[in-house]
Ligand binder design. Structure first.
Ligand code: SF4
Length: 476
């Protein structure tokens, strides 16, 4: 018996008849749900699959391999996944063995075995900790072992990888820590992604240097469920990592997400003032403005602690722009507790928020709490939070008018029949503008150029600008 080429070797199959060399050209369609970590994982899978001669397709009908990367955090993503998986039954019937279907991510971690049993057309399921063995799973399936589920944890204390970039842009996601030890009562992540494990600082710095030098990467997003916990087990920390990365020539912007307010240290706040390349945007999820709700959520900080962090951050970096997450209608949230969140919005002055109604996740502590709130109350509170935030945003965005921003052009949109370029500022705001300068149409494709744009008008949700300067270097 031979082991599979990627070494996972979990089946007793004889792989000797299949070699990596004899894999014909095939197509993979990947559907990703959920957070940036999932998008990063999907990219990583696509990069691995290139070694097995797979290229990505946008059309599911053309695919030889369909992969879902699932999210267990939000109901909407969950429902969409189940409906799309169900619909694939017909395609599988048509293509038979020429179509392989796999489900990865957080849903597969907790329900993988049941999924494989329930959906006859599903070949395999795998948890987030096994994505680097995707080739092995595909290999196993072609070898005839086509009904399995892998949701093992990598229990080693070392977390060591090389970042794979697969999307042809100058932006890269670099995973620095996986798992989460926080156990917020509403969140399933610690059960699907396991305990925190960090990469070593030096390995990450070498990795990013390589991306910048050899792959044209200009902008790096450091990723993890709680990046502020980075390095704890190794006596390292996020501040030192940022300062190390700040030295890399050719790296233009450094971002990180997601942050937990409890772990934002004074040292990290100081780094926001001193690191030259660190983005002037920070996403710092608060979830609620009520101390009693925060306690029920097990968030480990109070509203005043959170607002104190904002004050210190704004002192350290006066240009910083902060965004946040809000959960509306958490278990048994009272009118007063809800009002405290509205008040927090006024005090925090977030640039934007992601807001959701609370939705129960089985296996979490919040799911075991008795809950009296109705769906209607939750929805109306969500609308109230969103309407209130929009007024704040409207005011903040007005302050942009007349100012000039350097933006990286990420693409273009057609707006009311007119083509407009779309650029992202250092502080993560999007500005749309015509490809015209001094009344002349710019013929060149400006994607991935840095340009200066003057903001000419703004609403709560969008900004319009005028192109002032193009920098010669096409950055990718
Ligand atoms: S910090 Fe809380 S919400 Fe974030 S991943 Fe960990 S448990 Fe979930």
């Amino acid at each position: 018996m031979e082991k599979s080429p990627t070494g996972l070797g979990q089946s007793n199959l004889d792989y000797s008849s299949i070699t990596l060399e004899n894999f014909p050209e095939r197509k993979v369609w990947i559907k990703t749900f959920g957070c940036q970590m999932n998008y990063h994982d999907s990219d990583r899978m696509a990069a691995h699959l290139k070694m097995l001669n797979f290229s990505q397709t946008e059309e599911v009908e053309d695919a030889d391999l369909v992969l879902f990367n699932t999210c267990a955090v939000r109901d909407l993503a969950n429902n969409k996944f189940y409906s799309q998986l169900g619909e694939l039954k017909h395609l599988k019937k048509k293509k038979g063995k020429d179509l392989i279907i796999g489900v990865g991510g957080c849903v597969a971690q907790t329900e993988g075995k049941d999924l494989v049993k329930k959906y006859k057309h599903l070949n395999f399921a795998f948890g987030p900790d096994t994505i680097d063995a995707i080739n092995d799973m595909v290999f196993r399936t072609y070898a005839g072992d086509d009904k399995f589920s892998i949701n093992t944890w990598d229990r080693s204390s070392d977390f060591s990888i090389e970042t794979k970039v697969n999307h042809g842009t100058p932006q890269a996601f670099v995973n620095i820590i996986k798992g989460c030890d926080k156990y917020c009562t509403y969140c399933i992540v610690p059960y699907t992604r396991g305990r925190e494990r960090s990469r070593r600082k030096d390995e990450i710095i070498t990795d990013v240097k390589r991306l910048v030098e050899y792959q044209g990467i200009q902008e790096v997003m450091l990723l993890g469920q709680n990046v502020n916990s980075f390095g704890k087990e190794n006596g390292e920390n996020l501040s030192e990592l940022i300062m190390g990365l700040d030295e890399i020539n050719g790296l233009e912007i450094l971002r990180y997400t997601t942050s937990h307010p409890y772990d934002v240290s004074d040292e990290l706040i100081a780094v926001h003032g001193s690191a030259k390349k660190l983005s002037k945007h920070l996403h710092l999820p608060v979830q609620s403005g009520s101390d009693t709700v925060l306690q029920r959520m097990n968030r480990e900080y109070t509203k005043e602690h959170y607002l104190g962090l904002l004050e210190k951050l704004r002192k350290s970096q006066p240009e910083i722009v902060v965004s946040s997450d809000i959960i509306c209608g958490f278990v048994n949230e009272t009118d007063e507790e809800h009002q405290e969140t509205i008040d927090l919005l006024d005090r925090a002055q977030f640039d934007f928020i992601y807001s959701y109604v609370y939705s129960e996740r089985s296996k979490t502590r919040a799911a075991k709490m008795e809950d009296f709130l109705t769906k209607e109350v939750r929805k109306s509170r969500l609308h109230e939070v969103q309407a209130h935030q929009l007024k704040i945003q409207q005011k903040l965005r007005q302050e942009m008018v007349g100012k000039t921003y350097r933006v990286l052009i990420e693409g273009s949109n057609s707006m009311k029949g007119e083509v407009k370029l779309k650029g992202r500022t250092n502080c993560n705001r999007i500005i749309h503008f015509k490809p015209m300068m001094n009344d002349h149409l710019i013929e060149r494709n400006l994607k991935w150029h840095w340009v200066d744009v003057k903001c000419t008008s703004a609403t709560a949700l969008s900004c319009q600008g005028e192109l002032l300067e193009i920098y010669g270097r096409r950055l990718h």
